[in-house]
Design a protein around this ligand. Structure first.
Ligand SMILES: [Mg+2]
Length: 387
């Protein structure tokens, strides 16, 4: 099978839906076509669609030149072809995020060609019952729901985030992450305390403060309070550029530290693990450099006593790729999930409905060939953006 075409289209909620309320901003959809009528699909989160269009397309575009006419052997080989072509560029940022999205689409295609779901081609399910949060055989993937609010800090934030957490728990979801952004240290602790009180003991609860602090003592003070609340992990207390403060905090708390949502390439994750001493890695399956790169990140984390919980504040097109990684990875108890039930985005909602169903808070291992996400044709039309 040979790659015959690359196509980019753009979907989004449009200007009427606020991204801070869950609206999907213009999102490039990448398709990699092969002879025989097969098409691999991915989305390209956080890269301006115009940038994607400029480098993904016909034979005169950067990635078109590299991929068109290539035989579809193992995705790792095509990943290497793309990576090697970037030897004189910075090998980070948008170019790797686009490479990663192409890699996911190529895995989708590869699975379709072989008639197997991608997680089986990654190595099959490898977790034992002792590695799953419930101690049962992990034949399913557990999403945790990320919760935000329309306002930050104080009573309004507490009330809205707790209401959303409780609603999702009532819908059957089994883990949530609150996000007390732009808040005082006291409000961060109070947010976690209220969420714990509402959800009850034992319900997996994470806290993300989005790079809120700059000094280690404040981080330690907050982390020590979170220890008492049985927090699954404490995400990005400090700016992400320099992992040293993370290591100093990690030495002073037993709450696991999480980072990696913007990490590109295994080398940045190696830095978070070795210099940052973080124990939860959060690669996005496209941003990090694709499923091919995510597999390397899992290997690095596994040898260092860390976990990999794929990040995803985007749609369930990306979420489908996370499910495959989690199905295979022996060190992935959770994947991130922006549940459409608590946001105001019609597109987010429809993309979730088209994705793998969450039943009783769990996602069954997919059995369709490839990634197995079908983007409905009429949805593409209705949410299509001309840009
Ligand atoms: Mg985050």
């Amino acid at each position: 099978m040979f790659i015959t075409h690359l196509r980019v289209s753009v979907i989004g909620d449009g200007p009427g839906v606020d991204p801070d309320k869950g609206g999907v901003e213009p999102l490039a959809i990448i398709e990699v076509g092969a002879d025989g009528g097969f098409t691999g699909l991915s989305e390209c989160f956080r890269v301006p669609p115009g940038v994607v269009r400029a480098v993904v397309g016909g034979p005169d575009t950067h990635f078109g030149r590299l991929l068109l006419g290539q035989e579809l052997t193992h995705p790792e080989r095509l990943w290497q072809v793309m990576w090697d072509a970037l030897i004189h560029t910075n090998r980070r940022g948008w170019e790797i995020m686009i490479l990663g999205a192409l890699d996911v689409a190529i895995w989708d295609l590869y699975g379709q060609m072989l008639g197997q779901p991608v997680w089986k081609l990654l190595g099959g399910a490898q977790r034992g019952p002792f590695q799953s949060p419930t101690g049962t055989l992990p034949v399913q993937v557990t999403p945790y729901c990320t919760i935000v609010s329309d306002v930050w800090g104080g009573e309004a934030m507490f009330t809205q985030q707790v209401a959303r957490a409780v609603k999702l728990a009532e819908l059957g979801y089994r883990a949530v992450k609150v996000e007390p952004m732009f808040s005082t240290p006291a409000d961060v602790i109070e947010m976690a305390r209220r969420a714990r009180a509402a959800l009850g003991p034992g319900f997996p609860l994470m806290v993300d403060v989005g790079y809120l602090f700059n000094d280690v003592p404040t981080g330690v003070r907050v982390a020590r309070a979170l220890e008492e609340l049985d927090i699954e992990f404490f995400e990005t207390p400090f700016p992400v550029d320099h992992p040293e403060p993370y290591a100093r905090l990690a030495a002073q708390t037993r709450v696991p530290l999480a980072m990696g949502e913007h990490g590109v390439t295994r080398w940045e994750f190696l830095d978070m693990l070795d210099r940052g001493k973080c124990s939860v890695m959060q690669p996005y399956m496209t941003t990090c450099g694709g499923l091919t790169e995510a597999r390397h990140i899992v290997s690095l984390a596994q040898g260092r006593g860390a976990q990999v919980c794929p990040g995803n504040w985007s749609t369930q097109i990306l979420g489908a790729a996370s499910v495959h990684l989690a199905a295979w990875s022996p060190i992935t108890p959770f994947i991130e999930f922006a549940a459409a039930e608590v946001f105001e985005s019609p597109l987010r909602s429809e993309l979730q409905q088209a994705g793998f169903p969450v039943q009783n808070g769990r996602i069954a291992l997919p059995d369709r060939p490839g990634i197995g996400y079908d983007l409905p044709q009429d949805l593409r039309q209705r949410f299509r953006l001309e840009m």
